[in-house]
Design a protein around this ligand. Structure first.
Ligand SMILES: [Zn+2]
Length: 370
């Protein structure tokens, strides 16, 4: 028997690809010879990593500087309860190899930064953006434009998602988004339906497999817009911006590193919250929606944010010398509420990190008694 590209086991494993018209042994060989870089092992990275590992992409470099958190498990299906507290990149590698031992993975437990630029070069087949922030996407874009490497972009927001494939010589990400949006909340503050990153991750994985195996592409130089409520898909042709750095050759500028909501200035920690809430001159206010309130709460009065925002200096009969502590799911709406109450001349603070921070603290200290 002469030496072959695939082992007996691999040939059996990939038989459904090999039997597929227009894919075949040639397509499978291209996958095996590919090196993909996945930046981010969150909601998008989980399905991307699992499906590309299962499909038989030969070599991976995966980045994530985060550790697995309990709140990730609602959508980051590559992880399980035992991974909580451990590095995402290393746990993801472990699960990918458990799924397919015939692949090679370099796991980097760090966020993708300019110092990693050298890890993307002419030998990189494709980069997959599975992050949740614009700064990293600009960095991926700039590196890929310079190195002439194709990359796939995906993002999600509440019930909608976007995906695009940027290839050398066509419009780049900066042609599409010359500047980051004013406010780009991530899943931690905006919330996300659990399957949506899964769907967008699979759009990415699907386009990645087609790109790597030379099948016809649908998202090259196009932006896909997906609405999870209507199940509608739109595709928009992208155009090169002649002023963009990909055309002028000027070095891309990185935007400010502070994209996500800053930590509240007028906020209190969980420890202080637990101390203050029992005081006679303190009122705790849950500013979340009715549905959230019914789902779970830790007491206090219920006054939704929208209602608080209708208060004015003169129309409220609230007590000026009372301390109001607002809380919501993650601390962002309660911060807005506290700021508004302060503007109405009241003493108000927000529970930093919201109910999530409170629950984490409670589960650590075994005192889950609202
Ligand atoms: Zn450009």
């Amino acid at each position: 028997m002469t030496e072959t590209i695939f082992t007996q086991q691999e040939w059996l494993r990939y038989s459904r690809h090999i039997q597929l018209p227009n894919f075949g042994a040639a397509g499978q060989t291209k996958l095996k010879q590919s090196h993909v870089v996945i930046v981010g092992m969150g909601g998008l990275g989980a399905p991307v990593a699992l499906y590309l590992a299962a499909a038989g992409v030969g070599k991976f470099t995966i980045f994530d500087g985060d550790t697995v958190d309990e709140t990730n498990l609602q959508r980051q299906v590559i992880f399980n309860q035992n991974d909580v507290g451990h590095a995402k990149a290393l746990q993801a590698k472990h699960h990918m190899l458990a799924l397919n031992p015939h692949i090679h993975i370099d796991a980097i437990p760090d966020f993708f930064q300019p110092k990693h630029e050298a890890l993307i070069d002419q030998n990189t087949s494709l980069v997959l953006d599975c992050t949740d922030n614009f700064n990293t996407r600009y960095l991926i874009n700039d590196v890929c434009v310079r190195q002439k490497v194709a990359w796939l972009y995906a993002s999600i927001h509440q019930y909608s998602g976007q995906c695009a494939l940027f290839t050398p010589g066509h419009a780049c990400f900066r042609c599409l988004f010359p500047a980051p949006p004013e406010s780009a909340p991530d899943c931690n503050t905006a919330g996300v339906i659990g399957v949506l990153p899964g769907l967008l991750g699979l759009f990415e994985a699907n386009e990645a497999i087609k790109y790597l195996s030379d099948l016809p592409l649908e998202l090259e130089n196009r932006l896909l817009l997906f609405d999870a409520l209507k199940l509608s898909v739109q595709k928009i042709q992208l155009a090169i911006d002649p002023q963009c750095f990909c055309q002028t050759g000027e070095k891309g500028k990185f935007s400010s590193p502070q994209m996500c909501a800053e930590v509240q200035q007028q906020s209190i920690s969980v420890l202080d919250f637990n101390l203050h809430r029992e005081r006679a001159n303190t009122t705790v206010i849950d500013v979340r929606t009715e549905a959230e309130r019914l789902g779970f709460n830790i007491g206090g009065q219920h006054i939704p944010l929208q209602e608080i925002l209708t208060l004015t200096d003169s129309n409220n009969h609230w007590e000026k010398n009372r301390q109001y502590i607002c809380y919501c799911q993650s601390g962002s709406r309660s911060e807005q509420a506290a700021q508004h109450l302060q503007a109405c001349g009241l003493q108000a603070v927000s529970l930093d990190g919201g109910l999530l921070a409170w629950l984490k603290h409670a589960s650590k200290t075994q005192m889950l008694h609202p």
